[in-house]
Write a protein that binds this ligand. Structure first.
Ligand code: NAD
Length: 294
């Protein structure tokens, strides 16, 4: 049976690892936060005392960390994890990071005979819990075929975006579009409510009209419109605004590298930076609504 090391048990990693356990996979788990490790151990995972301990007997290593620096810090360099992973194993790196950072890890893994896929996800914490994530995969097709049964325990749609780093490029494009949709929805909600409309009525009209989009379907930013959305829980849980700002920064780096014009992405980044400056970085990214009502 495959022995999986799972590193990074935050908002996303914990429910993803849980779905692997439910699918009968053998997991050894590690996070800097002991409580997250304990939660999964209570559900059948083995605890690791360090990342190196987690990968000792693993043939598949999955990581779900915040940003490029965490991923590079984990895998690369003299004390890096790639030196500990058994050659012939497969690394599934699911964090959203810079495509270049992913390519660096790909190259270092290949030099040690370790397979790797960049496999960032979309679908939020609800998708992670339900096992319905979308995986955007960069790397070799053979590696993806090996990984497919494992990814399928955590996600519904698995796309091969292209070669090394392509999954990250797709993810960055997607999140730029998501941010623009979220800001546009928040702005329209505030305008309608300021003009006397009931927020729930307006949300339903726009959802079923030509302004309809994913944020209106699943993630309305106005408190109380959707019972289970982060907006109705004080903007807690979900996808932190500071992580969205990170992704918009990655989109701007990609735009710079390709001389692409991305005015909406640039504005979205500025608005999220403002939200962060107001001390809201740890709130869910739908808290961008606050810019339009306070
Ligand atoms: P998070 O901050 O909740 O979780 C990250 C976890 O990594 C934390 O538990 C942290 O303790 C752990 N960690 C950091 N460095 C570590 C290390 N060296 N060793 C072990 N553990 C370490 O973040 P999240 O919301 O789970 O997001 C993870 C990634 O997924 C990010 O790149 C994010 O952009 C992406 N993402 C998030 C969502 C979402 O809705 N939250 C959706 C899609 C993609």
């Amino acid at each position: 049976m495959t022995q999986i090391a799972f590193i990074g048990l935050g908002h996303m990693g914990l429910p993803m690892a849980r779905n692997l356990l439910k699918a009968g996979q053998r997991l050894k788990v590690f996070d800097l936060v002991q409580a997250a490790v304990d939660e999964l151990v209570a559900e059948g995972a083995s605890p690791a005392s360090s990342a190196a301990d987690a990968v000792r007997d693993a043939t598949v290593v999955i990581s779900m960390l915040p940003a490029s620096r965490h991923v590079e810090g984990l895998y690369l360099g003299d004390g890096g994890l790639l030196a500990q992973i058994v050659p012939g194993s497969l690394v599934l790196e699911c964090s959203t990071i810079a495509p270049d950072a992913a390519r660096k890890v790909h190259a270092a893994a290949a030099a040690r005979g370790i397979g790797m896929l960049d496999a960032p996800v979309s679908g939020g914490t609800a998708g992670a819990a339900a096992g319905t994530l979308t995986f955007m995969v960069g790397g070799k097709a053979e590696a993806l075929e090996k990984a497919r049964p494992i990814l399928a325990a955590m996600g519904k749609n698995i796309f091969h975006a292209g070669p090394d780093g392509a999954g990250q490029v797709a993810k960055v494009c997607n999140n730029q579009l998501l941010a623009v949709q979220m800001i546009g929805t928040a702005e329209a909600m505030a305008l309608g409510v300021a003009s006397g409309l009931d927020p729930a009525v307006l949300a339903e009209i726009m959802r079923q009209s030509s302004g309809g989009n994913w944020t209106l379907e699943k993630y309305n930013p106005w408190p109380g419109v959707m019972e289970n959305a982060p907006a109705s829980k004080g903007y807690s849980g979900g996808f932190m605004a500071e992580l969205m700002a990170k992704d918009l920064g990655l989109a701007q780096e990609a735009a710079q590298a390709t001389a692409s014009s991305t005015p909406m992405g640039a504005l979205a980044l500025q608005l999220y930076r403002l939200l962060l400056k107001q001390g809201n970085g740890k709130l869910d990214f739908s808290a961008v609504q606050k810019l339009f009502v306070e």
